[in-house]
Every structure is written in C-alpha cells, then in structure tokens.
Design a protein around this ligand. Structure first.
Ligand code: XMP
Length: 517
C-alpha cells in the first residue's frame, strides 16, 4: 500500500486511540506503537511523514518516567506532542517541566498569542478557544527555537511551536470531541505540516484489501464463522468480493438467537449477496447439553466447546479449508502501554472462534485487523450493507443463554425473545437506538404475584437493560424518561405470556457488568 503514514507513539493515555481515529478521519493511515517499541530501523521502515507523541499518566518530573527515543527528534520529521508528549518533547530538547498546584481537568480556554502553522485557517491570534485539559505538570521553559503560541490559566505553554523544525506541542487534547476544533488542528498537522495526501479512504482500503486477500489465499479455500454481528459479516462480504466461491460461511444456530435473527443473517448472505452458506441448526444439541446447567461460567464453556465442535463438523463436511477468516479489529491487536502495576505491555487476544485455527491447522485471514469499529461500519456501507444491519447493537457469542440467569429452557427462550423484540421495537420507535450502545431484556428466574383482570398471576420478572458506552469496558445506564419505561412495561406485560412484572436496571459498569451473567 502506497499511502502516507503517521506514527503515534503511545505513552499510555486513555485516549491514544482517539488520536488515531482523528488522523484516519483526515484520510491518513496511522499506527499506534508503544513508545518503547520504536527502534530506529522499524520507524524508518514504516516511513512515517510525521510522528505524534501521545499523552500519558506519568509525570515527566518523576524519576524513571518514559521518554521518547531521542532519534525521533533528529529525523527531520514533523512532530506533534500532546500533553505528556509535549512535556517530554520540550524536556528532551532542553526545556523544563515542573509540577504545579494549579491543575486543569476538563474544559479550559486557550488564548492564541501567536500564529503558527498548526493553527492556520482554524484559530486566529487574539482569540480564546475552548479545549479539554487533563494535567498537573506544565512546561515552564522552552527549548531553543520554540515560541509560545497559546496560553491558559494553568499552562503558560498551552501551545508551543517551532515552525522551522515543524515541531509542535499542545498541553490540551485535540483528539477528544470536547476540543471542538481539535480534529481541524490534527488535519492541519497531517496535511499542511506533514504534507500527507489524505487519500486513505474506505474505497481505497476496499480495493487494496481485495488484492491482498487474493494474494494471501491464492486458489485455496476459506471458511468464515458468521455470528450475525457487523465484524464477521463485513469480513465475509469483503473476502467473497475478493475470492468468490472459494469462501464458505458457516452460521451455527444455537437456538439462543434473538427473534428473527437467524432468518436475517441467512437471507442477507444467501439472497442478497449470494455467498455460499451453511446454516446449521444445532439448537437441539446446544439446548440438550445446557439442560439443568445454571452456573454462568459452565454455560459459557459448554457453548464455546459445542460451537467449535459443530463448526469443525460443518467445515469437514465441505472438505475442510486452508484458511479461517476472522473479524479481528485494530483495538484487539494494539499493544497499549499500561502503567497499572508498572510499565507493562498488554496484548488483548481475540476469542471469536478460540482454538480453532490450531486444532484444524488453518491459517488466519483477518482483513479488518487495521480498522476501528466505526471504520468497519463505513466499510460495510461501502460494501452495500443496509444501515439497520450496520448499526446493530453488539450481541454476545453465548447469546440469550447469558440473559436467562439459571437454567435455560425453550419456553423461557421464547418468552425472552418476545419481550426483547417489543423492547427493541419501542427503542427504535422512540429514535433512541443509535444513542444507546446496547439494550436488551433479561428474563429473571424469579416469579412474582400479579393481577390481570380478575385473575391472580404468578409469572416471571423481566429486567430491561440499556447502557451508553464507547467500548463496552465501562458503561452508564441509559436515563430513559419514565413515560418510555411505562410504555415498554405495559406492552411487555400485556403482550408476552409468562411475564407479569418489569424492572429497569440502573447499575453502571463498574461495579456491574453489562450482561447479567
Ligand atoms: P460485560 O457483561 O462483560 O460485557 O460487561 C461487555 C460486552 O461484551 C459482551 N459480552 C460477550 N461477548 N462472548 C461475547 O462474544 C461473551 O461471553 C460475552 N460476555 C459479554 C457484552 O454483550 C457487552 O457488549
């Protein structure tokens, strides 16, 4: 691929991934590397047109705190230091950083005291601009050749520049949406300062990835497990575009999918895209093995094991394959710097079809490895997938099994499916679906007494869950208005036999989890 690159060196900030998102939104490909994984040869091979130093949780004034490799300042490349990145850049080039009692967290205002290339056509000298800050330390002495271009109450060097060397530093975070013009500043850096062309688009990604897949796979066969989610669907559609019927998709119906879900997936692949698909109804097997099992971990283990078994049997039926396609995304492969318990590197692994590649001796095809979730959605649109499918909330691999605490029966599954369907329908009617990260109903193993007409009822309790989140790692409950909750409760109780009480879960994560099991 011949596009321009930007390299982001990560010092462990919570928002480093947002820097990458903003750079990519400016049409420039970038990668995030831990600051201590960047040796000179690797960086030169990557050939970035500019380097961004991220923020981080440490203090530059603390002994042993991280530093950028010195060679990055000597390569003649444009540099942008953000927060910790600005501080270490200034310090390493001969300036000074000090701790301060005046900490700035959250919204702040920067006064633009001088013009510089980073501000071109975005901010003018003399204006006051809203930014988002999160720092205690601050730069107090500049390295030679630098000038102050912005000041704030807590940071005498809120923005610094050396236009000749094309080096810039900001104490605030341009990558977060709370800095309204932050994306424009980052685009100035990537386009006007680094000279990137901005030609990395989803359309170019699609064309190039198709070539790459063809080269990797040759005339061999590929299988792809579909979960019904966006990632595995986009993976399959892209690979099919590259190699046609050398790809076979396998959709295992565990009997624990939501209402209409299996039909939707099968119709999308078979009718719309005409992709070879094995639709395996394994519900008897799954529900049989799960009968009487109440422990959440045991449920997950049984489901995971059976899934691999069924998937393997389906694959063998078509004569096996050399490659397994997976919808692994960039956040799963980024090695992010973690300072919890000392500088260590955590690598998240992907467990979609855990263990299968080794067991079946298959190589992996992972065309989405370089993409963030919103980029996968954009690629899905590019591939002609419909918006409803693209915007679907995440759904866990074990399906409804972990939304029925206690043992699972066909009857309970049916009750839950019906309640969930009404709940999601009402969310969509209220125009809230896209604001919510994930919403679903849970069927509780508790029966309570109610009255319906002249009859006494003794039925299940249904809990409703809805959360906002950005990555599922932390979450807040969604603040519905009471009229909405009343409407949903009323419909569920009136329309779903087996439920006579509805409650709303207002637990955030942490301490709760999003799912109930
Ligand atoms: P929790 O409940 O851990 O969920 O807060 C965070 C996100 O992960 C999903 N989730 C799973 N996904 N297999 C999956 O593929 C699982 O076993 C699983 N458990 C939770 C959950 O739906 C949420 O989006």
């Amino acid at each position: 691929m011949t596009h321009d690159h930007i390299l982001i060196l990560d010092f462990g900030s919570q928002v480093t991934q947002l820097i990458a998102r903003r750079v990519r939104e400016s049409g420039v490909y970038c990668e995030i590397w831990p600051f201590n994984h960047a040796d000179e040869k690797k960086v030169k091979d990557f050939a970035p047109k500019g380097i961004i130093l991220s923020g981080g949780p440490m203090s530059v004034t603390a002994e042993g705190s991280p530093r950028a490799p010195q060679f990055v300042f000597e390569m003649g490349l444009p540099l942008l230091g953000i927060c910790y990145g600005q501080q270490t850049m200034c310090e390493q080039l001969g300036g000074k950083v000090e701790g301060s009692d005046h900490k700035e967290f959250g919204r702040a205002y920067v006064e633009i005291t001088e013009q510089c290339k980073l501000f071109d056509s975005v901010w003018d000298k003399g204006s006051k601009e809203m930014v988002w800050m999160s720092h205690g330390d601050r730069v107090t002495k500049l390295p030679d050749g630098f000038k102050i271009v912005g000041i704030s109450e807590g940071a005498p060097c809120a923005a610094v520049a050396n236009d000749d060397k094309r080096m810039y530093g900001v104490q605030f975070h341009p990558e977060v949406v709370h800095t309204p013009h932050g994306a424009a500043l980052i685009k100035n850096f990537t386009h006007n300062i680094c000279g990137c062309a901005g030609d990395w688009t989803m359309n170019s990604f699609r064309q190039e990835m198709i070539e790459k897949i063809r080269k990797q796979v040759g005339d061999k066969r590929v299988i792809c497990g579909l979960s019904g989610g966006v990632d595995s669907s986009v993976t399959a559609i892209l690979i099919h575009e590259a190699i046609g019927d050398q790809l076979t998709c396998i959709y295992v119906d565990t009997g624990m999918m939501r209402a209409g879900e299996s039909e939707q997936v099968v119709s999308l692949f078979k009718d719309h895209y005409n992709i070879p698909l094995i639709h395996e109804d394994a519900s008897e097997l799954f529900l049989g093995k799960l009968a009487g099992i109440t422990d959440p971990e045991q449920k997950r283990k049984i489901i995971g094991g059976l899934f691999i078994e069924v998937f393997e049997a389906c694959a063998n039926r078509i004569g096996g394959a050399d490659f397994l396609a997976q919808g692994t995304l960039y956040p799963d492969v980024i090695e992010s710097v973690s300072f919890i318990g000392g500088p260590s590197v955590t690598i998240k692994s992907h467990h979609n079809v855990g263990g299968l590649p080794e067991r079946m001796n298959m190589k992996l095809v992972e065309p989405l490895r370089e993409l963030f979730k919103d980029e996968v959605r954009a690629l899905g649109r590019e591939l002609g997938m419909n918006e409803d499918f693209i915007r679907r909330h995440p759904f866990p691999g074990p399906g409804l099994a972990i939304r029925i605490p206690g043992d699972i029966t066909r009857e309970k599954l049916e009750i839950l499916r019906n309640a969930d369907k009404i709940y999601i329908e009402e969310i969509k009617n209220a125009g809230l679906y896209d604001t919510i990260w994930q919403a679903f109903a849970v069927l509780l193993p508790v029966k309570t007494v109610g009255v319906m007409g002249d009859d006494r009822t003794y039925d299940h309790v249904c809990a409703l869950r809805a959360v906002t989140s950005t990555d599922g790692m932390t979450a807040d409950y969604f603040p519905y208005d009471h009229a909405f909750l009343g409407r949903v409760a009323n419909r569920i109780i009136n329309e779903v036999r087996g439920i006579n009480r509805v409650v709303y879960d207002i637990t955030s994560k942490p301490p709760g989890t999003i799912e109930w099991e």
